[in-house]
Design a protein around this ligand. Structure first.
Ligand code: PEP
Ligand code: MN
Length: 281
């Protein structure tokens, strides 16, 4: 086997069959399709519990929700912090759903890892090298989101930063880049999915919520993501999207998620993947 000197750890030729990342027994990669859903931000214990219950019925297996929020304005809601993590954990205990949540500060990695089943590195931190190294030393899987204007090479090298510290459980996430459109928040670059599938053994998922910034486009782009080979989606979902504290415009309802998952099942079948059944506690 020839070692790829540029990408010694992420390169596909190391594991031609691909890697399966295990998020508390929810498998991501190869043939199983994962749906991660939940609000942009954890807002209250009641909000996250109700969303968790509804997304579970819809067919999702991983609950997302930000407790530490990287907001563009320092005057916007910054998340509930540790309290938000506690609410997430309570919702997980109730439903059996696994938890993914963002960590934005290397000093919080240990704390977030205590509550989360998967650590999310947000777009704005894709090149925060001390943070990448710190999650690389964690035993929890990591979801690495592509930077707002990162090249494919920068994206893969950011994954190398995590893996070189010993953490091989990395999932890549395309979440849209800065494009020319004034109408959409970001431009979802789906070409990166088949590109990465060829280049790396790591699972690749898509975030159509931040990728478009528009809830009405989320179902179509989710179906397209699965059709082009993504291992799953992460989608902002709320029982009452308009009442979301953050990212209301791009958030779909839990009823829309249920409909979307049915459609994804048909697409997944057509491209040889399947949606795992929701975990029982
Ligand atoms: C998020 O998923 O909550 C988020 C902030 O996403 P991104 O880092 O892709 O902007
Ligand atoms: Mn958001």
């Amino acid at each position: 086997m020839t070692i790829n000197l540029e990408y010694p750890l992420t390169s596909r030729n190391l594991r031609p069959n691909g890697t399966v990342v295990d998020i508390g027994r929810v498998k991501v990669g190869i043939t199983e399709l994962v749906v991660m859903a939940g609000p942009c931000s954890v807002e209250s214990a009641e909000q996250i519990l109700r969303i968790a219950r509804e997304i579970k019925v819809a067919g999702a297996t991983i609950l997302r929700g930000g407790a530490f929020k990287p907001r563009t304005s320092p005057y916007d809601f910054q998340g509930l912090g540790k309290t938000g993590l506690e609410y997430l954990r309570a919702a997980s205990c109730d439903t059996g759903l696994r938890i993914i949540t963002e960590v934005i500060d290397p000093r919080d990695v240990e704390l977030v890892a205590k509550y989360a089943d998967c650590l999310q590195i947000g777009s704005r931190n894709m090149q925060n090298y001390p943070l990448l190294s710190e999650v690389g030393r964690s035993s929890k899987p990591v979801l690495l989101k592509r930077g707002l204007s990162a090249t494919y090479k920068e994206f893969l090298l950011a994954a190398e930063y995590i893996m070189v510290e010993g953490n091989e459980q990395v999932i890549l996430c395309e979440r849209g880049i800065r494009g020319l459109s004034n109408e959409l928040r970001f431009t979802l670059d789906l070409s990166v999915v088949p590109y990465l599938k060829e280049k790396t053994h790591l699972p690749v998922i898509v975030d159509p919520s931040h990728g478009t910034g528009n809830a009405r486009l989320v179902p179509a782009m989710s179906r397209a993501a699965i059709a082009c080979g993504a291992d799953g989606i992460i989608v902002e979902t709320h029982y009452s999207p308009k009442d979301s504290i953050s990212d209301a415009i791009q958030t779909i309802s839990t009823a829309e998620l249920a409909q979307l998952i049915k459609e994804l099942e048909a697409v997944a079948k057509a491209v040889g993947q399947r949606i795992p059944l929701p975990l029982v506690k």
